[in-house]
Ligand binder design. Structure first.
Ligand code: FAD
Length: 331
């Protein structure tokens, strides 16, 4: 393990820029590399723009490995695993970080298997043990009811990191990136793309919204999602989310599903409307800075998680809250 040094971030792209999760990984990687007195590198796979490579450098990557692949391979896990393996073979890092995104969830374990290494998935905290110099990886287990610390006995040490679990940090210098183009054997694709559907987002994107108004089974049907909840979200310039039952019932689109099996959000304010606060739901929103609960059951678990709570029927509470906010904001 000792001959492998440095931290390698597997970056993801959002068009010509870095994805938000990658900025978080780079900030985390920069901290870990500094604690180890080692270097940070980043690998970018796809049609990589100069802007993205420069941003990775400005966020601390001493070397940016670029694996150019055609657009039609952008969703091909086999290609990403091959590119990641090529980056690891070249950089020989001691630590590899990936986002716990759909892509990272797919390639993290496959890459670990290929390297004969362990991976800890869905980590919310990473730190260096000052005594051993090893990476301590913290992840929620049992539906978020407990936290597990683990240390890998293999190298490199791999972790996928939950979105919004780490600060984004700021780019520091306008560094000219030290770009290394990777060559690797493109695997024969086993993927056939039959259709492309662009997720339509009106207003603020759920994952990026500073305020999220979420509805649960207790709202009773689809209508509140486009009326009462949407009205409150609009006044606050926020986005609407939902619990799993609300999505399973078809009241809200799957894209709004928050929780263990859905999206993870960490807004400044999370308003849980008629949501009981099951651990699987909280897994997706527990990182919120402030949770406000509106529930007619004073014993609902959500009140144990919330900083502020209103016991009452949401049909009465939410419209009154929205109206009062409108008045205050108009002043
Ligand atoms: C493996 C697994 C994964 C899961 N993943 C997820 C996940 O990702 N996300 C998720 O959300 N769940 C998930 N679940 C389901 C989870 O266990 C809960 O069943 C679910 O979160 C409950 O959703 P809810 O709070 O909307 O509904 P309920 O638990 O039914 O709660 C409804 C709440 O609404 C309140 N209410 C009713 N009427 C009103 C009213 N008029 N005004 C105010 N309050 C009212 C009630 O008091 C109640 O507290 C998962 C479960 C499993 C087993």
């Amino acid at each position: 393990m000792e001959d492998k040094t440095g931290v390698l971030v597997y970056g993801e792209l959002a068009g010509t820029k870095l994805a938000g999760t990658t900025c978080e990984l780079l900030e985390c990687g920069r901290r870990l590399a500094a604690d180890l007195g080692q270097r940070l590198a980043c690998v970018l796979v796809g049609e990589v723009s100069d802007t993205a490579a420069a941003e990775a450098a400005a966020r601390g990557a001493a070397t940016v490995y670029v694996a150019s692949i055609p657009q039609e391979c952008a969703f091909d896990g086999d290609v990403h695993v091959a590119a990641a393996a090529a980056a690891v073979a070249t950089a020989e890092p001691g630590i590899v970080l990936l986002g716990h995104t759909p892509l990272g969830r797919e390639i993290g374990p496959r890459l670990a298997f290929r390297l004969g290494a362990a991976v800890s998935t869905d980590c919310i905290d990473l730190r260096i043990d000052p005594d051993s110099g090893k990476l301590i990886m913290t992840k929620p287990v049992y539906g978020g009811n407990a936290l597990l610390d683990s240390v890998a006995q293999t190298a490199p040490q791999l972790a996928t990191v939950r979105a919004k679990a780490m600060p984004t940090g700021e780019p520091t210098a306008e560094n000219t990136p030290n770009v290394v183009h990777l060559s690797f054997e493109m695997p024969t694709t086993r993927l056939t793309i039959t259709d492309r559907v662009q997720e339509e987002v009106e207003g603020v994107k759920l994952e990026d919204a500073p305020i999220v108004v979420s509805g649960g089974r207790g709202v009773g049907g689809p209508e509140p999602f486009t009326t009462i909840l949407q009205d409150l979200a609009a006044v606050l310039h926020g986005a609407v989310g939902a619990s799993r039952p609300a999505c399973d019932n078809g009241w809200a689109p799957e894209a709004m599903h928050i929780g263990l099996t859905g999206k993870i959000v960490a807004p400044d304010i999370y308003i849980a409307v008629a949501i009981s606060g099951a651990s699987q739901h909280m897994s997706g929103c527990a990182g919120s800075k402030t949770i406000i609960a509106i529930n007619k059951d004073a014993e609902a678990n959500i009140f144990r998680e919330a900083a502020y709570g209103v016991v009452g029927r949401y049909e009465d509470v939410v419209p009154a809250f929205t109206a009062r906010l409108r008045e205050l904001l108009a002043d």
